[in-house]
Write a protein that binds this ligand. Structure first.
Ligand code: NAD
Length: 374
């Protein structure tokens, strides 16, 4: 029998198609009337739609959100927030825009309404990662949690396929890491398994037809579930490693998660065969609810999970090597050292040499072999 603790976070979640029409009501529901709109350049057309819907409630717009939440960008946005006397922020875009909203809330306590258009899941976690002087630091606090999350599937239809794929694997990584976390619980187990099934089933369909609303719905709901899991557990090797690679080597966030996932799975697999069986069941399930019942087929396939995930990445056109993301081979030992410099819970003991071996495999883009010790 395991002992578990589950922390649920308060948030109002609105999900559907066309739900963005409710944005003004959602601002008023918080008793706010002066919204600063936050966006990134690529999501500008979608953000424009939200500004129109906000009407006079929109008192300013900041389009400079950037990946890994650089503190200089936050400082610029803070000036505008104060200048316009905004009493809430409405963030439209991916994890970068959500990160900026959280950084502003951390500094000022301003209310946040997040409209996510990628699958990063940041909108439902109490985690804020910020980058200063090339180092990414992460804090976890309920103070950065948004008041309202408004999902509108229609706003994700324009998300380019490559970003959809890598962002989808970012979400899958949240679910995977929740399953073997020290804080895994029955709630996280169910949500994570369901998220993996939905994402694995929908990713190829989004690749074939990016405007497939059913596939986009599966992706967005899967991302919500995966992010919700991540929000209630601590992060292990996979996330720590990706944060190091993103913050200190400036690698793109979701692409890095995609490349590293099969290799972090392969590293941890010998320590958690039961979790690998559950993931195999979820991957096989193709979108149906799997809950707590790894099938016998799943148990057999558990040892192949890292390779199955690698194959799903390759067939959906995702990146498979750190080399193609621009990582220098000479930087691998430093990255391994940084990622193991502080202790954190992980199912398998972490050594700098072990993590460097993982990174070398990921750098080459090697397909993981079946886990031998199950
Ligand atoms: P992102 O927010 O940078 O978005 C990726 C690209 O997609 C951007 O160019 C963006 O403008 C574009 N885009 C977004 N929506 C679009 C749309 N509808 N149409 C066209 N283009 C669109 O990337 P991301 O992967 O979503 O987020 C990465 C950031 O989020 C990183 O800084 C990462 O650290 C953070 N993050 C934090 C958490 C957390 O829990 N704190 C979780 C995941 C990610």
């Amino acid at each position: 029998m395991r002992t578990w603790i589950h922390t649920a976070h308060p948030a109002r979640t609105v999900f559907g198609a066309g739900t963005v029409e409710r944005i003004r009501d959602e601002v008023e529901r918080l008793d706010r009337s002066r919204a600063l709109l936050l966006a990134g350049h690529a999501a500008a057309p979608v953000a424009g739609q939200v500004v129109d819907l906000l009407g006079p409630v929109a008192v300013g717009r900041f389009d400079g959100a950037a990946m890994h939440t650089p503190v200089e960008v936050t400082d610029d946005a803070l000036v505008l927030l104060r200048e316009r006397a905004a009493d809430c922020v409405v963030a439209v875009g991916g994890g970068s825009t959500t990160g900026l909203a959280k950084a502003l809330a951390w500094r000022t306590g301003v209310d946040q309404i997040i409209i996510p258009t990628t699958y990063s899941g940041s909108e439902v976690t109490p985690v804020l990662g910020e980058t200063a002087d090339g180092v990414k630091t992460t804090r976890s606090s309920p103070a950065v949690l948004p008041e309202t999350v408004l999902y509108d599937v229609d706003l994700t239809l324009t998300l380019p396929v490559h970003i959809s794929v890598t962002s989808g694997f970012n979400a899958m990584a949240h679910a995977v890491e929740a399953l073997y976390s020290a804080e895994a619980s029955p709630v996280a187990d169910v949500l994570a398994s369901h998220a993996i099934s939905r994402i694995a089933s929908a990713l190829p369909r989004v690749g074939t037809d990016p405007s497939d609303r059913d596939a986009r719905t599966d992706m967005l709901e899967g991302a919500w579930m995966a992010g919700t899991c991540l929000g209630s557990v601590s992060m292990g090797l996979h996330h720590k490693l990706c944060h190091t690679l993103g913050g200190s080597f400036d690698l793109p966030h979701a692409d890095t998660h995609t490349v590293v996932l099969p290799h972090s799975l392969a590293y941890n697999a010998p320590a958690v065969p039961d979790v690998m069986a559950r993931i195999a069941g979820a991957l096989q399930d193709g979108g149906r609810f799997t809950a707590n019942r790894p099938s016998s087929a799943g148990s057999d396939l558990g040892r192949d999970v890292p390779a199955l995930v690698y194959d799903l990445i390759a067939t959906t056109g995702g990146p498979v090597s750190l080399r193609e993301l621009g990582m220098a081979e000479d930087d691998l030992p430093k990255a391994a050292q940084l990622a193991t410099a502080t202790a954190y819970p992980n199912p398998r003991a972490l050594t700098s040499s072990g993590v460097e071996g993982l990174l070398r495999q990921a750098w080459r883009g090697a397909r993981p072999e079946a886990t031998p010790t199950m």
